[in-house]
Design a protein around this ligand. Structure first.
Ligand code: PEP
Ligand code: MG
Length: 747
């Protein structure tokens, strides 16, 4: 068989484009295309398999195999040679297909007589769309040129699929971007929302995968790459860069200037692709490699290439991140990831957020939580599936997004939202009532906050105050260190909005997952147990002191409450406290008005502090249990790690016994104790904490109603009896016994 020439390839692509341009049904087009490819590649068979759903491939058109098998033959991802091409995203080329490992014979196709097999993935920027196969009777290995030519054709098919060229009729094929899709991710923030997709960075649409004039296309790509290189060089010339940032950008620049990259794209163009399709072809190849690279550093570099390809596409198509599209009603933001400042800019306009990446502790998740916007993270493929304006349901409780849902699903979902709204209305009627249990104990309920935007919830939710104000959010959403006057102004506004209610300001809790964009990141093997929170504050006290000064000035004669995160031993508390006292002295000598009263507390987030000397409990004005961290260290289960984070229950009796010991230690010295981790906002958990003796709980504002409603229904003495019985039986978790008991409580 003769080698293919570049012009063979171009001729084929041009014929493909003509098929696309002509009026035809989707199936007719596919049939014509398989015919054209078989003819051009001089093979007896050409078949197109497309994904019917993410796990199933379907034979959608063929030249050479039995026609009756079209839309009948299906295979799972990874099954047979076709399935292997799809799973690995790499070509399979064999002269003896039946002898190949994993070969599966499909009797209905009549393919047993074909010995040679070449299959290449049909993919678009990492999105798997299908597999293109050619087969022939004579046993032969296809040449590199032929593989390459088939890959170029597959690229054009991918673009055509994307443009909906094959989905114009009722042929039962996968209707890309039209079918309902359910994406299972994880919970970033609870809550339910219905709305329309708003893509943070819309996909670039390539409308011309095939080009006639390679010379002109090569000129275009060279000009665009030139422009890209200048913009990357500009980034590097910024004076504010530190050494590390510069190093990262140098690697980025190296890719932008890579000759190999440009050479590969020029070769694609020589074979008939347009400049845009050539960029996407190389981007797809890089994404396929990305999936297979275990090394984090290399993955980062391949990510750089991905990012550069996006920039190049935007230059070529003139489609900026801002496409001028209008934000739909009830927007639900969909993105691979998003920075905290950008998310904050969208603010409460958004009904929900769905991210492909992210983590429970990511800055975006922290902001979404502060804004009380339902958030689903790890929703794989959402950016590939969603189009601007698509109908979407966000189930933050289950960590699921329904894209273009069936009406029945949407109806059930609306019922769920209505029930939640109804429940909220019921809770609103409790707003001004205390969380008074049947046995006559009042539990004070506070809210967690971190943004000025949270404060309107204070009166609406019926909270007694702010039990935890996470000050780091103000630092995270800026691109430079905030100044003292700025912080003082902000803290003063927070106190104004609290209208005399107590606000417990937690000093900066950075490090671990919370890395400030303008601070040098520390490469630590285990950041959650590393240089974080008060450890940073004590080692580099400049920022801590500035923050204390800002708080003192903000109080300006009003009472002030502050607490330190992550205190592990008594001496740390003593040192942190003495910084406060020194600043009080200094501020007073500068003539500033001092707070009417000053409470200095500690967060108990590591088990060691529970065993601190009595003197600690005597000295601290209060203790606040940071249950999120305390739980992760008690169970040695990373709160960010999806594999283990739900493995241990806060209602585990060993953990509850430990909380009981903390309650006893505080009681011994009369030290006020509160609990401000996420578990305080879960009604059943809150009930157990109250039964153990906690009299103050701090939670997200939306939880105050449900927690209060449950507390008002119960007698804590009876809950204690349930705990004692469970302990006596040797139960691992209190949950089953407590749920059984709750079920017997009728009113
Ligand atoms: C905690 O650890 O429980 C806590 C309230 O602090 P954060 O979640 O901000 O670490
Ligand atoms: Mg914490």
């Amino acid at each position: 068989m003769p080698e293919r020439s570049e012009s063979d390839s171009r001729k084929l692509l041009r014929r493909l484009r003509d098929v696309l341009g002509a009026q035809a049904r989707g199936q007719e087009r596919l049939d014509q295309i398989t015919h054209l490819i078989a003819d051009s590649m001089r093979t007896e068979v050409c078949s197109i398999y497309l994904f019917r759903d993410p796990e199933t491939l379907e034979l959608c058109a063929t030249e050479g195999l039995k026609k009756e098998s079209v839309h009948q033959t299906r295979m799972k991802l990874g099954e047979g040679l076709v399935g292997r091409v799809a799973r690995t995203n790499t070509p399979v080329n064999t002269a003896d297909a039946p002898a190949e490992k994993g070969f599966r014979y499909m009797p209905e196709t009549g393919e047993e007589i074909y010995s040679s097999f070449l299959g290449v993935p049909i993919q678009r920027v990492g999105e798997k769309l299908g597999v293109l196969v050619v087969q022939s009777k004579t046993a032969r290995q296809f040449s590199d040129d032929e593989i390459y030519a088939l890959e170029v054709v597959a690229m054009v098919l991918a673009e055509m699929t994307e443009l909906g060229a094959f989905t114009s009729d009722e042929d039962g094929m996968r209707a890309l971007h039209r079918q309902p899709v359910m994406l299972r991710g994880s919970t970033g923030q609870e809550g339910a929302a219905e709305g329309h997709v708003w893509l943070h960075e819309p996909r670039v649409v390539v409308t011309n995968p095939v080009a006639d004039d390679p010379v002109a296309e090569i000129e275009r790509i060279r000009a665009a790459v030139g422009q890209l290189r200048v913009s990357v060089d500009d980034l590097l010339s910024a004076e504010s860069l530190d050494k590390d940032q510069r190093q990262v950008l140098e690697a980025y620049r190296m890719f932008a200037h890579s000759r190999g990259w440009l050479r590969r794209m020029e070769a694609d163009i020589q074979n008939g692709l347009s400049a845009e399709a050539a960029v996407e072809k190389e981007q797809s190849a890089a994404r396929a490699r990305l999936e297979q690279v275990p090394d984090a550093y290399l993955r980062e570099r391949l990510n750089d290439l991905d990012d550069l390809s996006n920039r190049l596409l935007r230059i070529l198509t003139g489609q900026g991140a801002d496409t001028g599209a209008e934000m739909p009603e009830n927007p639900v933001l969909v993105a691979r990831n998003i920075g905290p400042a950008e998310l904050l800019e969208y603010g409460r306009k958004l009904r929900g957020v769905v991210l492909e990446e992210g983590s429970v502790g990511s800055h975006a998740a922290i902001v979404a939580r502060a804004l009380a916007i339902p958030l689903v993270i790890h929703a794989r493929r959402i950016t590939a599936e969603a189009l601007n304006g698509d109908h979407i349901l966000v189930d933050g409780d289950q960590g699921i997004a329904h894209l273009r849902p069936e009406e029945t699903v949407a109806r059930a979902f609306r019922d769920k939202i209505a029930m939640q709204t109804e429940a909220q209305a019921r809770y609103a009627s409790l707003r001004d009532l205390p969380a008074l249990t049947k046995c006559g104990t009042t539990i004070s309920l506070h809210m967690n906050a971190g943004l000025m935007a949270d404060l309107p919830s204070l009166s609406g939710s019926g909270a007694d105050g702010v039990g935890l104000f996470r000050t780091e959010l103000q630092f995270l959403v800026r691109n430079k260190m905030p100044r003292r006057a700025e912080l003082a102004g902000l803290y003063a506004r927070v106190m104004d909005a609290a209208k005399g209610k107590r606000v417990a300001f937690r000093t900066l809790d950075i490090g671990s997952d919370k890395v400030l964009p303008y601070m040098k990141p520390n490469d630590e093997p285990n950041p959650a147990m590393g240089w974080r929170a008060i450890r940073v504050g004590l080692d580099k006290p400049g920022v801590l002191r500035m923050q204390i000064q800002a708080l003192l000035r903000a109080a300006n004669g009003r009472p002030l409450t502050l607490m330190f995160p992550f205190i592990t031993e008594f001496s740390e508390f003593q040192q942190a406290r003495s910084h406060v006292l020194r600043e009080v002295h200094r501020e007073r000598s500068l003539g500033h008005v001092m707070p009417a009263s000053l409470e200095i507390g500690a967060m108990l987030e590591t088990p060691s502090l529970a065993f601190a000397p009595k003197a600690f409990f005597e000295l601290t004005d209060f203790v606040s249990i940071g249950g999120n961290d305390l739980k992760q260290f008690f169970f040695a289960a990373d709160r960010e790690n999806e594999r283990v984070r739900r493995r241990y229950d806060v209602l585990n009796l060993s953990f509850l016994d430990f909380i009981g010991q903390i309650v006893a230690r505080c009681a011994e010295t009369g030290t006020p104790l509160s609990f401000c981790g996420e578990d305080a906002g879960r009604p059943v958990e809150a009930l157990a904490l109250a039964a153990l003796g906690l009299r103050s709980l701090s939670m997200r504002p939306a939880s105050i109603g449900p927690v209060k409603a449950l507390l008002r229904r119960v007698d804590l003495g009876q809950v204690r009896a349930v705990i004692d019985a469970a302990r006596a039986r040797g139960d691992a978790s209190l949950r089953p016994a407590l749920m059984d008991w709750l079920a017997t409580q009728t009113d």
